[in-house]
Design a binder for this molecule. Structure first.
Ligand SMILES: Cc1ncc(COP(=O)(O)O)c(C=O)c1O
Length: 418
């Protein structure tokens, strides 16, 4: 009989098989020093383009002060227990009220982590008679939430409203049999490529089909909309988003997340969502820290203004130099190049060692074979000098990629990977 672990010993997975060459450098790298535009990687200063600290709040002295004072006052445990049992406080409620008001919803509920939170939201919103229709490029947390669903689920082509409509028709045929309802899920901003979800076009379909709409706006919250309210406000359809989700792990530079919706829906989730009923409440340091961050996000537009100044400088500069940055309509800045995984490794090494630029690489299976995606996250802490140096570095690496230099360097890597 086969040992359960045989498969694991034999096949380390699509990313794991590169571990010998990648660990500590391309994956699990250690970025050191305060979170900022420039950090340290292997002892060398690098311009850091891979941290989602969009508004530059992570290391803001006022934010650090509130975090430290809250930790000193409450320690890292208080309150103990799940919200429903013994982990509930006035400050949790205050944060929920303020978040709901900010994203123009009746009510909000805090979640311990974005990932488990949205997974559990999906699980709680649907029963086996319902059908979920979701974008095929949805984040892993949405996919995993859908996996818990006992009923039918259909994907639609990425941001393709025609494909969504076809799948809504399929879903409608199923729900006519089961008597259930339909949940559509999109991201507000797709975090890998930076495209905004076609929220406006999706909600327009509500006049033809009866469905509820859940939006994961992890990357839109704090960066889009007049005051950072997110992609729904940006596209003028926030009212038609039935359940709005955002994490604190990006613009809010913290941990935790929230959902916002009509009061009756939030009340149902509060009483039925397993990830919150059976897990410890967010600790006070996070709650007080989030109140401070939200206050700055609402009342200090200079962070968002500076962010967009950097985003525009970087994206315009890359486009002007002929780089393909896809269809981004957000701060997420992808740069698409053609090349193999070993070439991508040689290229990123050159960027880090010789140009002092640290950005993330994304390769197959996340994007098609033969493509390299360099993903840059501009923030309010970057400067126009950072942008200038980065554009120069990118011009240099493209030249080397096209002339085959990275291909030659990479041949030794290819030979040794099964
Ligand atoms: C689109 C999206 N949703 C959800 C999450 C999960 O959020 P958290 O880090 O709070 O678990 C992320 C984080 O990467 C994300 O990009």
């Amino acid at each position: 009989m086969k040992d359960l672990f045989d498969r694991i010993y034999d096949n380390k997975g699509p990313v794991g098989k590169w571990a010998e060459h990648a660990e500590g450098y391309f994956v699990f790298p250690k970025l050191e020093g305060p979170i900022s535009n420039r950090m340290y990687f292997m002892g060398k200063e690098v311009i850091t383009w891979s941290v989602n600290d969009y508004l530059g709040l992570a290391n803001h002295p006022e934010v650090r002060k509130v975090d430290a004072e809250a930790a000193a006052e409450f320690g890292s445990a208080y309150p103990m227990g799940a919200r429903m049992m013994s982990g509930h406080t006035n400050l949790h409620e205050q944060l929920e009220r303020e978040l709901a008001e900010f994203v123009l919803k009746e009510s909000a509920y805090l979640l311990n982590f974005g990932y488990q939170g949205i997974l559990s939201t999906i699980d709680t919103l649907v029963c086996k008679d319902d059908v979920i229709v979701y974008d095929v490029d949805a984040h892993a947390c949405i996919v995993d939430g859908v996996r818990l669903h006992h009923g039918k689920r259909f994907t639609y082509q990425h941001n393709d409203v025609e494909s969504l409509e076809k799948n809504l028709q399929r879903a409608q045929r199923v729900t006519e049999q089961t008597g259930g309802g339909i949940l559509v899920i999109s991201e507000g901003v797709f975090g890998m490529r930076g495209e905004q979800g076609k929220l406006k076009e999706i909600v327009a379909l509500k006049s033809k089909y009866n469905f509820r709409f859940l939006v994961d706006d992890a990357h839109g919250f704090g960066t889009l909309g007049k005051n950072g309210e997110g992609a729904g406000v940006e596209q003028g359809i926030q009212d038609d988003i039935d359940v709005y989700f955002a994490t604190f792990a990006k613009s809010m530079a913290s941990t935790g997340a929230f959902i916002a919706a009509d009061k009756e829906i939030i009340d149902y989730l509060r009483y039925n969502m397993r990830s919150q009923m059976f897990a410890k409440s967010l600790q006070m340091q996070i709650v007080k820290g989030a109140l401070k961050r939200l206050d700055m996000l609402r009342n200090q537009p200079e962070f968002k203004d500076k962010l967009w100044k950097n985003v525009n400088a970087l994206q315009d500069g890359l486009k002007a130099s002929g780089f393909d940055i896809g269809k981004t309509r957000s701060c997420v800045t992808p740069v698409y190049l053609k090349g193999s995984i070993p070439e991508a490794m040689a290229l990123v090494k050159d960027l880090r060692e010789n140009h002092g630029i640290f950005c993330s690489i994304v390769v197959y299976p996340v994007i098609p074979k033969g493509m390299i995606l360099l993903r840059l996250i501009p923030t309010a802490s970057h400067t126009l000098e950072d942008v200038k140096e980065t554009l120069e570095a990118f011009a240099s690496i493209r030249e080397k990629l096209e002339s085959g230099i990275y291909k030659r360097i990479s041949e030794s890597i290819t030979a040794s990977v099964k």
